[in-house]
Design a protein around this ligand. Structure first.
Ligand code: MRU
Length: 367
C-alpha cells in the first residue's frame, strides 16, 4: 500500500546488504524509519519490542528470522536439534499470535525434506514464498469482504458506509492490504463511499497511530475515537459493520484479538451490528476449541499503560499519565467467544464462526 504515494511492503530482503529490512512501527506516525535486521537476535527483539507487530507480519518476520539464524550458523551446527532451538527461541518473543509458530513449524518441516547444506538457501526461499502467500491471502480476504460491503451499500444508496475497526489489522500488521482493512481498501478503490471509525486502542494506540496513518496515506476517510466510544456510535446507528483482525482463532471460532475487541463484540451484538473477523488460515489454531481457556494471553510491561508517547513542543516525549506509585495491568489481548462473531472473512471465503463451518472450509488443514 502507499506511503507518500509510493508502494511499500512492511518487510523485504536486501540482497546487497544480506539483511532483512523492516519499517520501524514504534516510530510511526511521527517518523518513517527502516531497520536492517542482520541476525536472529535482532529479529527476536523486533518482534518482542513491536518494531514489527500484527499476527501475519510477526509470522513472516519469524521466517526471515530463521533464515538469519541459519545464515550465522557454523556448518557443524546444521542439525535438526539446533534448528528446533532457533525456532523455540523465536517463538518465545510473543505468545499470542499463532502465525509465528505455524510458520516456523512449516519452515522446519520444509528443511527436513532437504540436505543441511541447502538449508540456508531453502530458508530464504521459504520466507520469500510465504511473504507472497500472506499478500495473496490478504488480497483474497479483501475480495470476499468487499462483497459484504457491496451488499450493505445496496441497502443504503447514496449514503456513506461506516465501518468500525479496532487496533491495527491493516497492511502494517501484514505485508500488504491488511486483513480487516483489505475489504476497506478494495471498497475504497471501487469508489464505494466508506468511512472508518478507528478505535485508538490503548495502551499502545495502534489504532490512533498506525491505522489512522495508513488510512491517511491511502486516502480513506476516517475518524479516530477513544476506545469507549464504539457502543455509543452503534446505539445511534452510526456503525454499519465492524471488522477486526485476529491473533489466534480456535477451531470452534473463538477469536483472540487486541484487548478491547470483546467489548466491541458485545456492543455490536446488543445493537444488531454485524461483527466480522478477517483472518488468513495461518491465524487458525486448529488444535484448540475453547479460546478463553486455551489461548495464551500476552501480558506486557505496566509502563506501556502508565506512560503515553506523543509530540510536545516539537519533541517526542513519553509522559506519565497516572500516579507513579499505582500499579497498572497490561493484558495484550482478549477472547471474543464465537457466539458473538457474525462471520469469519478468510482467503477461502466467508464462513460462520463454528466448528462445522470452519471444518468445511479448512478440512485439509485440520487434523
Ligand atoms: O499487539 P499487536 O499490535 O501485535 O496486536 C495486533 C492485533 O491485535 C491485530 O488485530 C491482529 O494481529 C491481527 S493483524 C492482521
Amino acid at each position: 500500500m502507499l506511503i507518500n504515494e509510493q508502494a511499500y511492503h512492511t518487510i523485504w530482503y536486501n540482497n546487497e546488504n544480506k539483511c532483512v529490512v523492516i519499517i520501524d512501527q514504534r516510530k510511526l506516525p511521527f517518523s518513517f524509519e527502516t531497520i536492517e535486521l542482520k541476525d536472529i537476535k535482532e529479529a527476536w527483539h523486533a518482534i518482542q519490542d513491536m518494531a514489527v507487530r500484527g499476527a501475519p507480519l510477526i509470522g513472516v518476520t519469524g521466517a526471515y528470522g530463521m533464515y538469519l539464524g541459519i545464515t550465522n550458523l557454523d556448518p557443524s551446527e546444521l542439525t535438526l536439534d539446533k534448528i528446533n532451538k532457533l525456532g523455540d527461541y523465536l517463538k518465545s518473543s510473543r505468545p499470542t499470535a499463532v502465525n509465528l509458530e505455524i510458520i516456523i513449524d512449516e519452515l522446519i518441516a520444509n528443511l527436513q525434506a532437504c540436505e543441511p547444506q541447502s538449508w540456508e538457501k531453502e530458508a530464504l526461499v521459504f520466507a520469500e514464498k510465504i511473504k507472497q502467500r500472506e499478500i495473496d491471502y490478504c488480497s483474497s480476504i479483501g475480495d470476499h469482504g468487499l462483497k459484504l460491503i457491496e451488499e450493505i451499500a445496496a441497502t443504503k444508496p447514496g449514503e456513506t458506509i461506516n465501518i468500525l475497526t479496532h487496533c491495527n489489522a491493516g497492511w502494517l500488521a501484514c505485508i500488504d492490504w491488511g486483513t480487516a482493512t483489505a475489504p476497506i481498501y478494495k471498497a475504497h478503490q471501487k469508489g464505494i463511499d466508506i468511512h472508518v471509525w478507528v478505535d485508538e486502542t490503548r495502551p499502545r494506540n495502534q489504532g490512533a497511530k498506525l491505522t489512522a496513518w495508513e488510512l491517511l496515506h491511502n486516502h480513506v476517510p476516517h475518524t479516530i475515537v477513544p476506545d469507549n466510544t464504539g457502543g455509543h456510535l452503534m446505539q445511534h446507528g452510526m456503525v454499519d459493520l465492524v471488522i477486526v483482525g485476529s491473533d489466534r482463532t480456535t477451531r470452534a471460532g473463538d477469536v483472540a484479538n487486541k484487548i478491547g475487541t470483546y467489548l466491541k463484540a458485545l456492543a455490536a451484538n446488543d445493537n444488531n451490528v454485524p461483527f466480522f473477523v478477517a483472518l488468513p488460515s495461518t491465524t487458525f489454531d486448529f488444535n484448540i476449541s475453547d479460546g478463553v481457556r486455551d489461548i495464551p494471553i500476552e501480558q506486557r510491561d505496566e509502563n506501556e499503560v502508565k506512560y503515553m508517547e506523543g509530540i510536545a513542543s516539537n519533541k517526542l516525549v513519553n509522559a506519565l499519565i497516572m500516579p507513579e506509585d499505582s500499579k497498572a495491568a497490561n493484558y495484550g489481548f482478549d477472547v471474543t467467544p464465537a457466539r458473538l462473531v457474525t462471520g469469519l472473512i478468510t482467503e477461502r471465503g466467508i464462513c460462520e464462526a463454528n466448528e462445522t463451518a470452519i471444518s468445511e472450509k479448512f478440512k485439509d488443514l485440520m487434523s
